[in-house]
Design a protein around this ligand. Structure first.
Ligand SMILES: Nc1ncnc2c1ncn2[C@@H]1O[C@H](COP(=O)(O)OP(=O)(O)OP(=O)(O)O)[C@@H](O)[C@H]1O
Ligand SMILES: [Mg+2]
Length: 206
Protein backbone atom coordinates (compact mmCIF):
# COMPACT_ATOMS: atom_id res chain seq x y z
CA UNK A 1 0.00 0.00 0.00
CA UNK A 2 1.79 3.13 -1.20
CA UNK A 3 1.08 6.32 0.75
CA UNK A 4 -2.22 4.95 1.92
CA UNK A 5 -3.73 8.04 3.42
CA UNK A 6 -7.25 7.23 4.45
CA UNK A 7 -10.27 9.28 3.52
CA UNK A 8 -13.48 9.63 5.40
CA UNK A 9 -15.99 7.33 3.84
CA UNK A 10 -19.65 7.53 4.70
CA UNK A 11 -20.59 4.38 2.83
CA UNK A 12 -18.93 1.65 4.87
CA UNK A 13 -21.11 -0.95 3.21
CA UNK A 14 -18.65 -0.89 0.33
CA UNK A 15 -15.49 -0.72 2.37
CA UNK A 16 -13.17 -3.66 2.82
CA UNK A 17 -11.69 -2.45 6.10
CA UNK A 18 -12.48 0.26 8.64
CA UNK A 19 -10.70 2.12 11.41
CA UNK A 20 -12.95 3.75 14.01
CA UNK A 21 -11.63 5.99 16.78
CA UNK A 22 -13.78 6.54 19.86
CA UNK A 23 -11.24 8.60 21.78
CA UNK A 24 -7.82 10.11 21.24
CA UNK A 25 -5.81 10.73 18.12
CA UNK A 26 -4.14 8.05 16.04
CA UNK A 27 -1.22 9.12 13.84
CA UNK A 28 0.40 6.50 11.67
CA UNK A 29 3.35 7.73 9.62
CA UNK A 30 5.36 6.15 6.84
CA UNK A 31 4.93 2.49 7.76
CA UNK A 32 6.99 0.15 5.64
CA UNK A 33 6.72 -3.63 5.68
CA UNK A 34 8.43 -6.05 3.37
CA UNK A 35 7.79 -9.78 3.03
CA UNK A 36 10.80 -11.04 1.10
CA UNK A 37 10.53 -9.51 -2.36
CA UNK A 38 7.04 -8.11 -1.69
CA UNK A 39 6.81 -4.54 -0.45
CA UNK A 40 3.44 -4.82 1.32
CA UNK A 41 3.51 -1.33 2.89
CA UNK A 42 5.42 1.51 1.24
CA UNK A 43 5.20 4.58 3.46
CA UNK A 44 1.61 4.03 4.60
CA UNK A 45 0.19 6.89 6.66
CA UNK A 46 -3.15 7.31 8.38
CA UNK A 47 -4.64 9.87 10.74
CA UNK A 48 -7.77 9.23 12.76
CA UNK A 49 -9.25 11.47 15.44
CA UNK A 50 -11.86 10.91 18.10
CA UNK A 51 -15.27 10.02 16.71
CA UNK A 52 -14.06 9.42 13.16
CA UNK A 53 -14.58 6.37 10.99
CA UNK A 54 -12.13 5.77 8.14
CA UNK A 55 -12.42 3.22 5.39
CA UNK A 56 -9.32 1.58 3.92
CA UNK A 57 -9.87 0.90 0.26
CA UNK A 58 -7.51 -0.97 -2.02
CA UNK A 59 -7.35 -3.85 -4.45
CA UNK A 60 -6.43 -7.39 -3.39
CA UNK A 61 -2.88 -7.41 -2.06
CA UNK A 62 -2.80 -3.62 -1.58
CA UNK A 63 -1.66 -4.05 2.04
CA UNK A 64 -4.85 -3.37 4.03
CA UNK A 65 -4.57 -6.49 6.21
CA UNK A 66 -0.85 -5.93 6.67
CA UNK A 67 -1.51 -2.39 7.95
CA UNK A 68 -4.15 -3.74 10.34
CA UNK A 69 -1.85 -6.50 11.59
CA UNK A 70 0.88 -3.92 12.28
CA UNK A 71 -1.57 -1.64 14.13
CA UNK A 72 -2.80 -4.64 16.13
CA UNK A 73 0.72 -5.60 17.20
CA UNK A 74 0.67 -8.96 15.44
CA UNK A 75 3.56 -8.12 13.15
CA UNK A 76 6.22 -5.42 13.37
CA UNK A 77 6.74 -2.82 10.68
CA UNK A 78 10.25 -2.47 9.23
CA UNK A 79 10.03 1.31 9.59
CA UNK A 80 7.57 4.04 10.48
CA UNK A 81 5.82 5.38 13.53
CA UNK A 82 2.52 4.86 15.32
CA UNK A 83 1.43 7.48 17.84
CA UNK A 84 -1.69 7.58 19.98
CA UNK A 85 -2.43 10.89 21.72
CA UNK A 86 1.13 11.99 20.92
CA UNK A 87 2.79 9.00 22.53
CA UNK A 88 4.76 6.48 20.60
CA UNK A 89 2.71 3.37 20.64
CA UNK A 90 4.52 0.11 21.07
CA UNK A 91 1.87 -1.93 19.37
CA UNK A 92 2.17 -5.06 21.47
CA UNK A 93 1.69 -3.18 24.71
CA UNK A 94 -1.11 -1.19 23.07
CA UNK A 95 -3.03 -4.39 22.48
CA UNK A 96 -2.26 -5.34 26.07
CA UNK A 97 -3.69 -2.04 27.23
CA UNK A 98 -6.71 -2.49 25.01
CA UNK A 99 -6.09 0.61 22.94
CA UNK A 100 -6.56 -1.23 19.66
CA UNK A 101 -9.23 -3.89 19.14
CA UNK A 102 -9.29 -5.69 15.80
CA UNK A 103 -11.72 -7.93 14.00
CA UNK A 104 -9.75 -10.03 11.59
CA UNK A 105 -10.44 -11.12 8.04
CA UNK A 106 -9.07 -14.56 8.87
CA UNK A 107 -11.03 -15.38 11.99
CA UNK A 108 -9.02 -15.58 15.20
CA UNK A 109 -11.45 -17.83 17.08
CA UNK A 110 -10.49 -21.07 18.84
CA UNK A 111 -12.86 -23.62 17.40
CA UNK A 112 -12.78 -26.11 20.32
CA UNK A 113 -13.86 -23.41 22.78
CA UNK A 114 -17.41 -22.16 23.24
CA UNK A 115 -18.88 -18.97 21.83
CA UNK A 116 -18.79 -17.34 25.28
CA UNK A 117 -15.16 -18.31 25.95
CA UNK A 118 -14.13 -16.87 22.58
CA UNK A 119 -16.03 -13.60 23.05
CA UNK A 120 -14.44 -13.04 26.48
CA UNK A 121 -11.19 -14.78 25.64
CA UNK A 122 -8.86 -12.06 26.94
CA UNK A 123 -10.99 -11.21 29.98
CA UNK A 124 -12.24 -14.57 31.24
CA UNK A 125 -13.65 -14.39 34.78
CA UNK A 126 -11.43 -16.54 37.01
CA UNK A 127 -12.49 -17.63 40.51
CA UNK A 128 -10.29 -17.80 43.64
CA UNK A 129 -9.63 -21.46 42.77
CA UNK A 130 -8.10 -20.17 39.46
CA UNK A 131 -10.81 -21.87 37.44
CA UNK A 132 -12.85 -20.15 34.76
CA UNK A 133 -16.32 -19.21 36.01
CA UNK A 134 -18.26 -20.63 33.08
CA UNK A 135 -21.69 -19.56 34.31
CA UNK A 136 -20.41 -15.95 34.36
CA UNK A 137 -18.85 -16.36 30.92
CA UNK A 138 -22.19 -17.40 29.44
CA UNK A 139 -24.17 -14.80 31.36
CA UNK A 140 -21.81 -11.95 30.41
CA UNK A 141 -21.64 -12.89 26.76
CA UNK A 142 -25.43 -13.11 26.55
CA UNK A 143 -25.69 -9.70 28.21
CA UNK A 144 -23.20 -8.31 25.68
CA UNK A 145 -25.19 -9.65 22.70
CA UNK A 146 -28.41 -8.24 24.14
CA UNK A 147 -26.95 -4.84 25.05
CA UNK A 148 -25.50 -4.46 21.54
CA UNK A 149 -28.73 -5.62 19.90
CA UNK A 150 -26.93 -8.49 18.15
CA UNK A 151 -28.60 -11.67 16.95
CA UNK A 152 -28.22 -14.01 19.93
CA UNK A 153 -26.01 -17.06 19.48
CA UNK A 154 -26.08 -19.67 22.25
CA UNK A 155 -22.86 -18.91 24.18
CA UNK A 156 -22.50 -22.56 25.21
CA UNK A 157 -22.11 -23.82 21.63
CA UNK A 158 -18.63 -24.72 20.42
CA UNK A 159 -17.37 -22.47 17.65
CA UNK A 160 -16.55 -25.50 15.47
CA UNK A 161 -20.28 -26.30 15.34
CA UNK A 162 -21.24 -22.84 14.02
CA UNK A 163 -21.88 -21.71 10.46
CA UNK A 164 -19.31 -19.35 8.90
CA UNK A 165 -21.62 -16.35 9.32
CA UNK A 166 -22.18 -17.14 13.01
CA UNK A 167 -18.41 -17.43 13.47
CA UNK A 168 -17.93 -14.03 11.88
CA UNK A 169 -20.57 -12.57 14.20
CA UNK A 170 -18.74 -14.07 17.20
CA UNK A 171 -15.47 -12.56 15.93
CA UNK A 172 -17.12 -9.12 15.79
CA UNK A 173 -18.62 -9.58 19.28
CA UNK A 174 -15.16 -10.49 20.57
CA UNK A 175 -13.85 -7.23 19.07
CA UNK A 176 -16.64 -5.25 20.73
CA UNK A 177 -16.37 -7.00 24.12
CA UNK A 178 -13.79 -4.47 25.26
CA UNK A 179 -14.60 -0.81 24.78
CA UNK A 180 -11.26 0.16 23.22
CA UNK A 181 -10.62 3.63 21.83
CA UNK A 182 -9.63 2.25 18.42
CA UNK A 183 -11.65 -0.43 16.65
CA UNK A 184 -10.35 -1.91 13.39
CA UNK A 185 -12.39 -4.24 11.22
CA UNK A 186 -10.92 -6.14 8.27
CA UNK A 187 -13.70 -7.12 5.85
CA UNK A 188 -16.00 -7.79 8.82
CA UNK A 189 -19.16 -8.44 6.84
CA UNK A 190 -17.88 -10.69 4.03
CA UNK A 191 -19.87 -13.75 5.18
CA UNK A 192 -22.68 -12.08 7.10
CA UNK A 193 -26.31 -11.97 5.96
CA UNK A 194 -27.83 -8.53 5.21
CA UNK A 195 -29.33 -7.89 8.66
CA UNK A 196 -26.20 -9.00 10.57
CA UNK A 197 -24.09 -6.86 8.20
CA UNK A 198 -26.32 -3.83 8.84
CA UNK A 199 -26.00 -4.47 12.58
CA UNK A 200 -22.19 -4.73 12.35
CA UNK A 201 -21.85 -1.47 10.41
CA UNK A 202 -24.17 0.29 12.86
CA UNK A 203 -21.78 -0.76 15.66
CA UNK A 204 -18.92 0.94 13.83
CA UNK A 205 -20.88 4.19 13.53
CA UNK A 206 -21.73 4.10 17.23
N1 LIG B 1 2.87 -13.29 5.82
C1 LIG B 1 3.12 -12.93 4.56
N2 LIG B 1 4.17 -13.47 3.89
C2 LIG B 1 4.45 -13.10 2.63
N3 LIG B 1 3.73 -12.19 1.92
C3 LIG B 1 2.69 -11.63 2.55
C4 LIG B 1 2.33 -11.97 3.88
N4 LIG B 1 1.22 -11.23 4.23
C5 LIG B 1 0.93 -10.49 3.14
N5 LIG B 1 1.79 -10.73 2.13
C6 LIG B 1 1.78 -10.07 0.84
O1 LIG B 1 1.73 -8.65 1.07
C7 LIG B 1 0.86 -8.03 0.12
C8 LIG B 1 -0.25 -7.31 0.87
O2 LIG B 1 -1.16 -8.30 1.41
P1 LIG B 1 -2.41 -7.93 2.31
O3 LIG B 1 -2.97 -9.23 2.78
O4 LIG B 1 -2.01 -6.94 3.34
O5 LIG B 1 -3.38 -7.23 1.26
P2 LIG B 1 -4.92 -6.84 1.38
O6 LIG B 1 -5.01 -5.42 0.90
O7 LIG B 1 -5.42 -7.14 2.74
O8 LIG B 1 -5.60 -7.81 0.30
P3 LIG B 1 -7.07 -8.50 0.28
O9 LIG B 1 -8.01 -7.44 -0.25
O10 LIG B 1 -6.90 -9.62 -0.67
O11 LIG B 1 -7.41 -8.94 1.68
C9 LIG B 1 0.38 -9.13 -0.82
O12 LIG B 1 1.23 -9.15 -1.94
C10 LIG B 1 0.55 -10.38 0.01
O13 LIG B 1 0.76 -11.51 -0.82
MG1 LIG C 1 -6.88 -8.36 3.48
Amino acid sequence: MARANSDNCSNLGQSPAAVATAAGDLRVTNLTKRFGATLALDGASLRASRGEVHALLGENGAGKSTLIRVLSGIIKADAGEIKFDGENLKTRSAVGHHIVRSVFQELSLISDLTVGENILFDQLPIGPDRRVRFSRVYKRSLELMESLGARVINPRLRVKDLSLSDRQLVEILKGLAIDAPILILDEPTSSLGPSDAAWALAQVRE
